[in-house]
Design a protein around this ligand. Structure first.
Ligand code: FAD
Length: 87
């Protein structure tokens, strides 16, 4: 029932939990498969690194729009993680 990586619209490819499989792992492999489809290579080739390649990661969300309680909770969690790392 899920969407395929390659859509019926020319040059429109889909990735994410609504495609191949759900969850972080499913969404990740759907991205790899979408990239492989676009490049017309085997998915394993997408995972190989080349010296002239770079990866840019952009935030999907604008954190300034989040409510104050979310910022407070994130800070508290970050402090807890830092405490764990120090131990
Ligand atoms: C509470 C919870 C716990 C989970 N725990 C786990 C877990 O332990 N392990 C696991 O594998 N999976 C877990 N999942 C599932 C996992 O988070 C998702 O399957 C995964 O994040 C899907 O990734 P995605 O990139 O497809 O979508 P998303 O991570 O949902 O990303 C979609 C992005 O698109 C943005 N967006 C939406 N509409 C628009 C628009 N019109 N314009 C611009 N941007 C837009 C959204 O803001 C969002 O940032 C959990 C999910 C939830 C809700």
């Amino acid at each position: 029932m899920a969407f395929k990586n390659k859509s019926e619209i020319k040059n429109l490819y889909l990735a994410g939990a609504s495609t191949l499989s759900h969850g972080v792992s499913g969404a990740t492999s759907s991205g790899i498969n979408a990239a492989a489809n676009i490049l017309n290579v085997h998915p394993s080739e997408v995972l190989s690194t080349k010296e002239d390649q770079g990866l840019r990661v952009y935030d999907a969300e604008d954190s300034s729009t989040w409510p104050k309680w979310v910022h407070t909770k994130r800070k508290t969690k970050a402090r807890r993680v830092e405490g764990l790392i120090e131990k």
